[in-house]
Write a protein that binds this ligand. Structure first.
Ligand code: 8IG
Length: 277
């Protein structure tokens, strides 16, 4: 089995955009699909959506694509899929998120997003499982991401690359999602480094500074997506109320279970939204 040291992104002298172009070439060759229109990253609980979006043209192990790493966790599927919607759009379904807490650096975290852009995608749909701060939310509920607070103290941008993040989570695409499900609430996503969950005090801090959702992904990916010119739509599945909001301890098993139960409903929602993009 290849070790992590064989990943070309780990060479500081390498150009991550060049590696993303190579990855896009691998995807075109392995799927037979020259170009993709939409990319979709599936987080915890969202895994079943791919089947409902359309016809799967090809499924490939992410490990066969330049720069991708093997999944670190149960519930994170290490495959890339090319799915064709009924109206003929090609969707690159990314089931292989690299998390910041894996410690391989931010280039690896955002490689799938840069690769999506290199395949021709113009829209990036980012999904995750996360903790909810709004007390009226219930586990299993999907919400739109309206904005984020990046608490990783890191950025995918290198050098003096100044990228505007106004309307990062496209209000146009959020409006479109609400035409499919008018009951969708939205909130500000706080990306913590993890992998520990927050303390109740940290959740109170997140609430005080304007956060509604706590998680360990998505914000860094969204920044890279904007840099690459992609329009971003973000969904969180609230799998648990954040620490201290919910009074019982948080467990990964609980997160997986909430995701499993919500999966059919949120997958159908996501498929309808993708169909409308
Ligand atoms: I699923 O409560 C899931 N992911 N940081 N906090 C953070 N990440 C999460 C949580 C949570 N639930």
């Amino acid at each position: 089995m290849a070790t992590t040291s064989t990943n070309p992104l780990d060479d500081p002298a390498a150009d991550p955009f060049e590696i993303a172009r190579r990855a896009a070439g691998d995807i075109a060759r392995l799927t037979g699909v020259e170009q993709h229109d939409i990319a979709l990253t599936l987080g915890s609980g969202w895994g079943k959506a791919a089947e409902l979006i359309g016809e799967t043209i090809a499924t490939i192990p992410a490990a066969e694509v330049t720069g991708f790493s093997k999944p670190a966790l149960e519930g994170h599927v290490g495959t890339l899929r090319s799915v064709r919607t009924p109206d003929g759009k090609n969707v690159l379904v990314i089931g292989a998120r690299t998390h910041y807490y894996e410690g391989h650096g931010v280039r690896r975290v955002v490689h799938s997003v840069r690769t999506a852009a290199a395949t021709g995608a113009r829209t990036m749909v980012l999904t995750n499982g996360a903790g909810g701060i709004k007390a009226q939310w219930t586990p299993g509920q999907p919400v739109l991401i309206s904005d984020h607070i990046n608490l990783t103290a890191d950025s995918p941008l290198e050098g003096a690359t100044f990228v505007d993040l106004t309307d990062l989570y496209s209000s146009r695409l959020r409006d479109l999602a609400r035409t499919i499900d008018p009951s969708l609430d939205e909130g500000v996503y706080c990306q913590f480094r993890g992998p520990h969950y927050e303390t109740p005090a940290e959740v109170q801090m997140a609430k005080t500074i304007g956060g509604h959702i706590v998680g360990m992904s998505t914000a860094l990916e969204a920044i890279a997506a904007r840099e690459a010119g992609l329009e971003v739509l973000g969904f969180s599945l609230i799998t648990n109320l954040a620490a201290g909001i919910q009074t019982t301890p948080l467990s990964h098993a609980e997160v997986i279970e909430a995701g499993r139960e919500a999966e059919p409903v949120i997958s159908a929602l996501l498929a309808r939204v993708i169909g409308a993009l």
